[in-house]
Design a protein around this ligand. Sequence first.
Ligand code: SF4
Ligand code: SF4
Length: 307
Amino acid sequence: MTEIKKTASHVKTTIFRIDTARKITQVCCFLLLNAIVFGLGPWPVLLPIVQSPGVPQKTVSDAFSALQVMLYQRIFPWLPIASFLLTAVILGRALCGWVCPFGFIQDLLGYVKKRHTRVSLRTHGGMLKVKYGVLAAVLFISVTLSISLALGVGKSYESAIGVFAPAPFNALSPADTLFAILPRMVLMVVYVPEVLIVGILSDPLFWVRLTIMIAIIVLAVYVPRSWCRYFCPIGALLAVLNRFTFLGLKRDPLRCTRAGCRMCVDACPMMVRILELPWEKFTDSECIYCLKCVDACPTRAIKLKFP
Ligand code: SF4
Ligand code: SF4
């Protein structure tokens, strides 16, 4: 009887975890965002998530790709900027935790290994800056190319950077390789294998892209959300804006036993130093609002706070 009770309570705590709701949301969003195959969309919606423009079945577009392409076309990217600002102010980086397809893939990869590699705080602090470097490089190329094209002196710059001109990030994005190029290759193997060999396999850039994608996938198996933490330029932009969000978390100091517990910190995939942040409300730039810390806390000391 006790065993039955134990099993029932285990099933109950698993089902009623916030993480279960998050996983269901991620699966639904993954299907919905690619649901043009079911006759839905495309919708005129821009979201700050990694959703490659090369994916033929997508229903919504990603704001960062739109931003790059609009700059290339010398159009002021007010729509992508509005998408980033609105989402970040209302939801912070919550779309990273609940909606982004590439975030979802990384969460799945995280299940491959039970024990993950611990990154030292020093390495983590240094690596966090890489994504800001990626963002700065992409924006630098897009903005300088746009200005030089507008001034009529950008043609040689454009031909020098070649495939990087319209959208510098997408030319190497592992999400693009995974969601757009590889499925296209599968279709080519079936229908036009000769085009595949001549057109794609002989292109050195394809092998660079494939290497980056494999490296990111392998890394995500060992370090949870490593792409989101260290490399994603969309995550970097949202991290900057996350400081101004209405959404946040609070930690009840009376419930939190703090000393020796650290279960929330250990559960956090983004290595947020929860116990060092203000308890009244914290909105760390790396927090993706996955709420794993809320689930992990044995005394239910952490809660969402809005505004
Ligand atoms: S950081 Fe980038 S890849 Fe990760 S969930 Fe956010 S948008 Fe997606
Ligand atoms: S602090 Fe909590 S909600 Fe934020 S990323 Fe870490 S576990 Fe998720």
